[in-house]
Design a protein around this ligand. Structure first.
Ligand SMILES: Nc1ncnc2c1ncn2[C@@H]1O[C@H](COP(=O)(O)OP(=O)(O)O)[C@@H](O)[C@H]1O
Ligand SMILES: [Mg+2]
Length: 501
């Protein structure tokens, strides 16, 4: 068995009023990827902040190579070879990539900054990782994915035996994700141990050696990744049986609501064709950046269409305007609730009725029909199980789960023929999740067509009657009924040849 690098014994962290981490026994061996898996608030970030010296424990012990260690800051941890890439980046936006990569260790010649050496060092660091980034560019000019890569390169500066990555692929496209996985493989081969936080099943299946599941600050169990199904992990994480989370949705496919033929878009989608019928849930799966969001952005009129056709309820609607599609019965829920979906300063009620202001709520003489708005928003809140008191509060003050319910509520004020939900449950707790799945069930069984676009593999597998999988802008395959399963879908995600057995 490979050497034990890092170990915690009874590690705990208490904040006023909350035990964020309780009696945690964890170990990391050389050359392994050890995934931390758990819902929001389970204690994952707390654990890694203790391992990385960003935080001090209130109980227990950390051992490195069998010796007890105490870190009062991240530099202490670095000296022991532990380096962490957190979700909040540590780069200085106004400085160049090269300057950031040498921060605090700038090369000097004759007492002056050696700019040539600085750039050369950065170039070597990035090339070594296979990242193609201009070292002259200011960090503020990089995409989030590029910043992530620079952050990783910075994390690997010097001698590193333990690398901690907190949801590193959250902002990466699938090509960039592939690159990160290749890097992880190389680091493993060098004997680096990697602590990896992720809730994406496809990543875990691909790179994890062991998985520690956390719930409410405690360790539930540590398991080998091989032979552990996604369903088992979900059950351990949530403490609920799969059947309690994902409802059975009856399928009764009827009339075709949406037909897309050979659609291409400047946004990267190529030659995509699909059909969606009333009375069925159609899943759209794939890695982040595979084009699944982009496909519906083009269908819904948010991005341009360069080729192909869209038929909605039998009518040609290629490149149609959002407002027209909305009025004709296509409800679309965007993936980014803060950026696109919600006005944070408005109350939930105002957000829910917003799409109606220029339609059903416009009374004679241009007056707003306030009473109708109240009635419709109250009914919508009931359908999504949003508590009445949350209707009058600004959405900025609501939890992520309740914000998502408000977004769903926007689609519940009138009957649509097609509901498209892009990442419907990202970042919400398991209670909200099952409430939202119930909404989807009722819509589908009530005769609407539902599309679920999701990077959450179990969600797609359990809810969908049919699944399209996208890869690099194209539809890589379609699965139906019993053929829908983890392995066939994952194979389409990565292209079968690239996947580990
Ligand atoms: N700085 C802090 N102050 C108070 N409570 C915190 C702090 N950081 C985390 N917590 C609490 O500790 C618990 C675990 O949080 P966290 O480790 O961030 O979970 P995860 O990363 O798994 O989502 C949560 O209840 C969270 O609210
Ligand atoms: Mg966290």
């Amino acid at each position: 068995m490979p050497a034990l690098l890092l170990q915690t014994i009874g590690l705990g962290k208490r904040y006023p009023g909350v035990l964020a981490l309780d009696a945690m026994d964890f170990e990391l061996r050389a050359g392994e990827v050890h995934v931390l898996f758990g819902e929001n608030g389970a204690g994952k970030s707390t654990l890694i902040s203790l391992l990385a010296g960003a935080n001090t424990p209130s109980a227990g012990e950390i051992r490195m190579h069998g010796e007890p260690v105490r870190f009062s800051n991240v530099h202490d941890a670095r000296r022991h070879g532990i380096s962490a890439v957190f979700q909040e980046f540590s780069l200085i936006p106004t400085l160049s990539v090269a300057q950031n990569l040498s921060l605090g260790e700038e090369p000097c010649k004759g007492g002056l900054l050696d700019r040539a050496a600085l750039r050369e060092r950065a170039r070597v660091m990035l090339a070594d990782l296979g990242f193609d980034i201009d070292v002259h560019a200011p960090v503020s000019g990089l995409t989030r994915a590029q910043q992530q890569m620079v952050e990783i390169a910075k994390g690997l500066r010097g001698e590193v035996s333990v690398l901690i990555l907190d949801e590193p692929t959250a902002s990466l496209t699938d090509t960039e994700t592939q690159r990160l996985f290749e890097l992880v493989e190389r680091l493993k081969a060098r004997g680096v141990g990697i602590v990896y936080i992720s809730h994406r099943m496809q990543e875990i299946a691909r790179i994890a050696d062991r998985i520690t599941v956390l719930r409410d600050g405690r360790k539930v169990t540590t398991l080998p990744a091989h032979g552990t199904s996604a369903d088992r992990l979900i059950e351990l994480m949530s403490g609920r049986a799969i059947a309690q989370i994902y409802p059975h949705i009856a399928a009764s496919p009827g009339e075709v609501v949406l037909q897309v033929q050979g659609l291409s878009s400047p946004n990267g989608v190529r030659n995509a064709s699909l059909t969606v019928r009333r009375g069925e849930v159609v899943g759209l799966a794939g890695l982040v950046g595979c084009g699944k969001s982009e496909l519906f952005r083009a269908i819904y009129g948010l991005d341009a269409v360069s080729e192909g056709r869209v038929l909605f309820k039998g009518q040609p609607r290629t490149g149609a305007k959002v407002r027209q599609l909305l009025d004709e019965g296509l409800f679309y829920l965007p993936p980014d609730r803060k950026g696109e979906g919600l006005v944070l300063g408005f109350t939930s009620r105002a957000n829910i009725t917003l799409p109606l202001v220029h339609g059903p709520l416009r009374g004679r003489g241009g007056w707003l029909r306030k009473r109708l708005g109240r009635r419709l928003s109250t009914a919508a809140a009931e359908r999504v199980e949003l508590a009445p008191r949350n209707l009058e509060r600004p959405v900025a003050l609501l939890s992520g789960g309740n914000q998502q319910k408000v977004l769903f509520g926007k689609g519940m004020t009138r009957d649509a023929a097609l509901y498209v939900f892009d990442e419907p449950t990202v970042g919400v707790d398991v209670g909200t999740r099952s409430a939202l799945y119930q909404v989807i069930k009722k819509l589908c069984e009530g005769g609407a067509a539902v599309v679920v676009i999701s990077s959450d593999l179990p969600e797609v597998l359990h809810l969908s009657h049919r699944v399209y999988v996208m890869c690099r802008g194209e539809i890589a395959g379609e699965l139906e009924g019993d053929a829908i399963g983890e392995t066939p879908v994952l194979n389409l995600f990565f292209g079968s040849s690239e996947r580990n057995p």
